[in-house]
Write a protein that binds this ligand. Sequence first.
Ligand code: SF4
Length: 347
Amino acid sequence: MPEFAARVIAWQKVHGRHDLPWQKTCDPYRVWLSEVMLQQTQVATVRAYFTRFVARFPDVNRLAAASQDEVLGLWSGLGYYSRARNLHLCAQTIVSEYHGEFPRQANLLQTLPGIGRSTAAAIASLCFAERVAILDANAKRVVARVLGFDADLALASNERALWDAATGLLPDPNVARTSMVGYTQGMMDLGAMVCLPKKPLCGACPVQRQCGAVAAGDPQRYPVRSRKLKRSSQSLWLLWLRRSDGAVWLRKRPPSGVWAGLYCMPMFDSEQLVRDALPTQFQKSLLIEPVFRHVLTHKDLHLHPCVVDLHDESHTSGEGRWVTAAQWPDLGLPAPIRRLLSVPGGV
Ligand code: SF4
């Protein structure tokens, strides 16, 4: 499909996005940060987080030198915290193994913590003009539809074939040095603005006449993936100890599992276990608030807040510390805990 890349590049120039805070640079640190933040989050939300993040950590050395609590605190409310933990680890690896300079090739970038094949390609093509294809969710949709690629992407072999097909659509090697930024950005913009998951705006698409999915009559059928994510659910009881000055008792979560490394009220698997953890004099004042649901990638959490307003302020609940309202915004708190505490920025 020879003119595909040229059409995408020409369309991006006129109709694409040009004012995102991470676009006016080819600094790999900023491009990497934006790519990681955008992996599971909308552009509108990422803008504010990105700006705050680069203000606090303007380069990879400053990020590497920060504590994990500081990084998670700044990430707080953005969700999918493994991204933040990997970001921190990746910065430390770049400083210790690459003298603070990002590798320039996608195949090297891909070996770093938290950088997958598509993110590596985005950094290498946008910052170093390497001729490599991205295949994030947006680009995957565009490529599968344009080519009418209807093989089941639940199979790794089909996923590999789609990567090969995406590579086949790249700009000609003779012009790649000057055109990769426009092409990669164009694929991102096309997927985000025109080739939408539901109701793609084919009438406004620069590649409509070449599009296999349009020719087949049902663009929304692509990409094809048979295996859906298996979901589970879990109920958890949160012991919400409140002091009269508003401070709450929080405990740092272990380094793996749900909300690893974040601060949370002590969690239990049943109401009885909460009661067992409380001295008898507090049993009467235990108030079980209505359960609410929080959706994680693979599971639904049913959270039961169990509130105890303390008058005996010396009481604590095992490992943890009292945290005042003034300290909450700077702490890495899971989104539902931010919501319970009414900390701004909870999602
Ligand atoms: Fe997507 Fe429609 Fe463009 Fe095909 S023509 S790439 S389905 S927006």
